[in-house]
Structure formats: structure tokens, C-alpha cells
Design a protein around this ligand. Structure first.
Ligand SMILES: [Cu+2]
Length: 110
């Protein structure tokens, strides 16, 4: 009985976790011609969000930010998910590490 309740409890915790993850605000960033589209994302302060980075170029890119400390490889014609925040209000830059001359963007957190 106790073991059964532990299993049920674990299942409920896992379910609660996935519900919470799916309810995060989600933003999509497209990489095309080594540029971010859009180049600015407005997001709420003090809130964890999910950014789906969709690379439509035939070359790999690395979504990177030193301002909010993230680094994620995105394969050619592939997508990657990046979790960001909670952040305080402000402006935070991100870039594509492999094409820094063109792949620039920023988060406007408000
Ligand atoms: Cu890098």
C-alpha cells in the first residue's frame, strides 16, 4: 500500500512538472541568412520562458548570450529549446556565435 501511494505520488509530481513546463510563455526565433527573426523579443520580467530557436540555414549556429549566460547549438534545419529567466527588467543581448557579424538580437524584459 505504501509503495503504491509512493508510485502514485511520483506520477502526480511528474504530471505536475510537465504541465508547468508546457504553460511557460513560449517564443520562436528563426535563424535565416545568419540573422535572427525577429531580432527583438519582448518578454515579461521575473518570468521563466521558453525560446524555440529554429535554424533555417544549411549551416549550424550557436544561440549564445553572455548577458543571460546561455549557449546552445542549433543544427542546420533544426530546432533547439532554450529556457531563459526569470530575469529582471532590462535589455539583454544574444548572438549567433558562428555568425556574430550578422546574427545579433536582444531580449527586452519589461
Ligand atoms: Cu559559443
Amino acid at each position: 500500500m505504501n509503495r503504491f501511494l509512493t508510485l502514485v505520488g511520483t506520477a502526480l509530481l511528474i504530471a505536475a512538472g510537465s504541465v508547468a513546463a508546457s504553460e511557460l510563455p513560449e517564443y520562436t526565433l528563426v535563424i535565416k541568412n545568419h540573422r535572427y527573426q525577429p531580432s527583438e523579443i519582448r518578454m515579461p520580467a521575473n518570468t521563466k520562458v521558453r525560446i524555440v530557436v529554429n535554424n533555417q540555414d544549411p549551416t549550424p549556429e550557436e544561440f549564445e548570450s553572455t548577458d543571460f549566460n546561455r549557449e546552445k547549438l542549433v543544427l542546420p534545419n533544426g530546432s533547439a529549446m532554450v529556457y531563459v529567466g526569470p530575469l529582471r527588467a532590462g535589455t539583454y543581448a544574444f548572438f549567433g556565435d558562428f555568425h556574430q557579424d550578422t546574427a545579433q538580437g536582444r531580449l527586452i524584459v519589461e
